[in-house]
Write a protein that binds this ligand. Sequence first.
Ligand code: ADP
Ligand code: MG
Length: 626
Amino acid sequence: MRIKILDSLLADQIAAGEVIERPSSVVKELLENSIDAGATQIDIEIKNGGAQLIRIRDNGCGIHRDDLGLALVRHATSKISSLDDLSNIDTLGFRGEALASISSVSRLNIASKIFEDNSGWQLNSEGVNGQIKLKPAAHSAGTTIEVRDLFFNTPARRKFLRTEQTEFNHIEEMVRRIALSNFGVAINLKHNDKVVFSLLSSESLEQQNQRIAKICGKEFIENSIYIDTNNSGLHLRGWVGLPTFSRSQADMQYFYVNNRMIRDKSLNHAVRRAYRDVIFADRQPILVLYLSLDPSTLDVNVHPTKSEVRFSDGRLVHDFVFGSIYQALAGVKSEKQVTIPTPFSDNLIAAEVSNPILMPYGSNNKVKPTLSIIRNQMMVNQKMHDVVDQVVSDLSINDVNIDVLKKNEVGIKEEEQPYKIPNLIQQSIVVDETVLGEALAQLHGTYILAQNKHGLVLVDIHAAHERIIYERLKTAYAKEGIKIQRLLLPLTINLNVKEIRIIEEYSDLWQSLGLEIAVIGPDTVVVRGIPSLLQEINIEQLVKDILSDLIENSSSDQVNDRVNGILTSMACYGSVRANQQLTVPVMNALLRDIETTERSGQCGHGRPTWVQISVGELEKMFLRGK
Ligand code: ADP
Ligand code: MG
């Protein structure tokens, strides 16, 4: 067999295999061209999922009449002309192969007019490169590219097209991605003549918020932090979702480097690390992030679809991105209120809280309210209302002593009255400016009810306490190691050979985790000291948990990866258990601790630690003011 040069159509079709995988790839390339042409308005029309028609019209710089034919030739581009240019790219395209690829696998028309010309020109290519017809066309400044019958001449590719809806979903996602990084461009998208969305140009941050809300959902804007940081020539800005507002898949993580949407393992890793402490296992945050850096420190010519890049200093970029997000999330303590979907829209939760048991306010919590006490109290309340109504409506008994009336009518002796309802009105005057306000009571042994100036605060006691202990353990661990408190009675634990080996292998780690532990037999260890931050813990359980942590993650060579997991379990063990009765001063102390703890908006497992229910929301629940 002798070697021969492929004809240019076949060469283009082979190249197209890499660039044009499906209709959405065409949309991506055409949109990128419009953006490179400086367009501020782009209209996209799709028919039949893109298989029948993709038409994109822009108001960009247009293509010179004499260049129209060239635009379809492979390796023809107006964007670079030398190797130097390649290392300083500020356009999305540069390879000069998109239009050549597309025209080799479809029927392509271009109509374009440059600003200086009087009339526009139009060109048709029928999937055959050599035969190009040019004729005048009515067109305002800008370019329209029409791609019909995609893959009509490459049946193998055509076979791989999925249903109309699936292909269109890919297109829509592609347009969203591009819209997220080109706020200045107004974009309209139509499918089968129906408007799918239209986005206005949005330059100001406020307008950008609106575009983000339109694309990622309104809740995302409400549940995200806007960041904007600079360091060592790197600039990162964008929106990072609160850990409590997560998804099961990483399908809403948009990353742009110098305005180019990319996938990058090391950036994904930076994100995962930044969220690791605060997000529930297996949950994925939502992010829209823009990284800008000197183009000469970036290689964009790594992949035919230009969706991957290489950083000249990957470590620096990774650490900068990690640090910026981590910092932002650390700020999610009490001043950023964690809003979760209002609990009372959810019937399930509403049913759970519809019959709360109030602990006596300010009492030492010795008396547990029984159901009959509560029923009595409800009866008292009802009767009091009735009485007062009667008094008010009947002016003739204006002078009757209401106190007497109450006692006689209700007929419940003073000493039987279980507790006084706290005087909330008076309370609200003394509520100071603390974020979480003053504790009122403990609900179901699990939650603190507190009152702040906005309304009601509900705190998950265990989750909040766990977060506080975790942060303290982490700080102590990072500084001089966690302090050990010696046990009066050392505890022996039986373990298997593998576990004994792990205990020996990591003896230094145990020590710095605040655990004094020694092997005293082939299958026995003795624990002589535990972290002083943890009181009344099940030591054996804790040791076994740490062991399984270590065994499970033995492949990871990052000690820190393991330690944080271990500290999370330790914090979980050391925190207040459900149903532990707390006094009001203890609850208030806990509230103050939450306020001053970093990342206290979530526990170590990423659940929220407290929620606010505003007076406004309460009023809605009770249909007040309607
Ligand atoms: P590349 O974008 O890599 O240069 P393409 O094949 O995508 O290669 O496009 C070839 C050339 O056609 C571009 O360099 C540009 O000059 C021109 N072009 C394509 N689309 C447009 C457009 N919408 N507006 C103006 N010029 C365009
Ligand atoms: Mg291009």
